[in-house]
Design a binder for this molecule. Structure first.
Ligand code: HEC
Length: 159
C-alpha cells in the first residue's frame, strides 16, 4: 500500500476519534469522572496545608508562645528584644547553621550575662527538642506564621 494513503487513513481515524469525544455530552463525561477515586478525594488532599504539623512541632509552638516569643518574637520572627537573635537564622544553613545539640544546650543553660535565661529550671530536654523542631520548621520555611494544627484537630472539626 502507498505510504501516503496509510498516513492519511490514520489521521482520519484520529480526527473521527476526537470528534466522538467532543460530541459526548459534558454531563456524561463529568459523571464518568466522578466515579474515579481521584474525583471523590477531599479537596484538602490536593492542596498543600502549610500549617499542618506533627504533635511534637505543635507542642513546640505552644512552648514558644509561652516562654520564648517575648524576646525572640511571635512566630519565631521579628525579635522583640534587640539583643535576641532571629532563631530562624541561627538554625539556617545560610546563617549560623546551629546543630540541634547546640540549640538544646544553649536553651537549657542560657547565656545569662547576655540576657538569655537558662530554661532548665522551667523546661526539660523533651520540651526543648520540641522547641527545636518548631523553630527548624519555621527556619526551613515550610511552616507559615500563625497557629498550626494537627491532623487530629482537622478530624475533630469535620465530625
Ligand atoms: C528575656 C529574653 C529572652 C527569652 C525569653 C529567650 N531568649 Fe533566647 N536569647 C536571648 C538573647 C538576648 C540571646 C542572645 C545571647 C547572645 O548574644 O549570646 C538569646 C539567644 C538564644 C539562642 C542562641 C542563638 C544564637 O544564634 O546564638 C538560642 C538557641 C535561644 N536563645 C533559644 C531560646 C529559647 C528556646 C527560648 C524559649 C524557651 C528563649 N531563647 C527565650 C534572650 C531571650
Amino acid at each position: 500500500m502507498n505510504q501516503h494513503i496509510v498516513r492519511g487513513a490514520l489521521i482520519g481515524v484520529w480526527v473521527l476519534a476526537g470528534a466522538a469525544v467532543a460530541w459526548v455530552p459534558r454531563d456524561a463525561r463529568f459523571a464518568a469522572a466522578a466515579g474515579t477515586p481521584e474525583a471523590r478525594a477531599p479537596a484538602r488532599d490536593t492542596v498543600v496545608d502549610s500549617l499542618l504539623v506533627s504533635d511534637s512541632i505543635y507542642q513546640g509552638w505552644k512552648w514558644w508562645h509561652v516562654y520564648c516569643y517575648r524576646c525572640h518574637g511571635e512566630d519565631a520572627m521579628n525579635p522583640i528584644l534587640p539583643a535576641a537573635p532571629d532563631l530562624r537564622l541561627s538554625l539556617s544553613p545560610s546563617g549560623k547553621a546551629f546543630p540541634r545539640d547546640s540549640f538544646v544546650h544553649t536553651a537549657l543553660t542560657g547565656r545569662l550575662e547576655k540576657g538569655m535565661p537558662a530554661w532548665n529550671v522551667m523546661l526539660d530536654t523533651t520540651a526543648i527538642q520540641e522547641l527545636y523542631l518548631y523553630v527548624k520548621a519555621r527556619s526551613d520555611g515550610w511552616l507559615k506564621p500563625g497557629r498550626p494544627h494537627r491532623l487530629s484537630d482537622l478530624q475533630n472539626k469535620s465530625q
